[in-house]
Design a protein around this ligand. Structure first.
Ligand SMILES: Nc1nc2c(ncn2[C@@H]2O[C@H](COP(=O)(O)OP(=O)(O)OP(=O)(O)O)[C@@H](O)[C@H]2O)c(=O)[nH]1
Ligand SMILES: [Mg+2]
Length: 211
């Protein structure tokens, strides 16, 4: 038995222990240290693409999801970046490949091929920036044109730590998003608000959709 399988058995054992002790391990995410993962993991893999106008905070949201940090000095993305996150959800191993696209217009032509390939698209806007919210609709149409109903779509309103500068009311955003039937979260990459909840939902939906 190789080292990786041994690790999984050990983790499963620990999960069962936790289950007995806290009786609430189901539907919670446990992050696995990526360095300890074998490359030939049995994890189910899903591609997720992040979309949205420039400066809405896509890269900081991804960093917060990935390593729990916030870098206040992040610079605009160039092209498309990639990272991978492995986690356990409901005792299942899941690997999410995250594509971080650049919001600047000059990189737009790169984006469609990443959308076509993805199980989920996360469309972000900035609650302090009206244009970024208006453009959410364009992003939704772009995904739908390319994939029909094949791709799960999530809408994230970022920067809710800047409540005093809010331009988009939560009710307004909810109404618009519900019209399209997508899931919606207000988050903050800066203080981490609602990021675990979003990640939990994403993992549940991806596994729920997996055949
Ligand atoms: N206060 C606050 N600032 C944030 C938050 N998320 C991002 N920012 C800031 O918003 C600015 C823009 O962030 P970027 O990383 O350029 O956003 P992006 O969407 O990745 O932009 P592109 O890569 O150009 O598409 C940076 O100064 C971030 O520090 C947040 O949750 N709260
Ligand atoms: Mg970026």
């Amino acid at each position: 038995m190789n080292f990786f399988l041994y690790n999984i058995q050990y983790i499963t054992f620990q999960l069962k222990n936790l289950n007995q002790r806290f009786k609430r391990i189901k539907n919670t995410i446990i992050i696995i240290n990526k360095d300890k993962m074998d490359k030939d993991t049995q994890a189910q893999k899903f591609k997720v693409v992040f979309l949205g106008n420039q400066s809405v905070g896509k890269t900081p949201i991804i960093s917060r999801m990935n390593n729990g940090n916030f870098d206040g000095d992040s610079s605009p993305s160039i092209g498309v970046d990639f990272c991978s996150k492995t986690l356990i959800f409901n005792e299942k191993l899941i690997r999410i490949q995250i594509w971080d696209t650049a919001g600047q217009e000059r990189f737009r032509s790169l984006i469609p091929s990443y959308i076509k390939d993805s199980s989920a698209a996360v469309i972000c806007y900035d609650i302090t920036n009206e244009k970024s919210f208006q453009d959410v609709e364009k992003w939704i149409y772009m995904v739908q044109e390319l994939t029909g109903d094949q791709t799960l779509i999530y809408i994230l309103g970022n920067k809710i730590d800047l409540e005093e500068n809010r331009k988009i009311k939560m009710e307004e955003a909810k109404a618009k998003v519900q019209k399209f039937g997508h899931k919606f979260y207000e988050v903050s990459a800066k203080n981490g608000h609602n990021i675990p909840e979003f990640l939990n939902q994403l993992a549940a939906d991806l596994l729920g959709n997996a055949k």
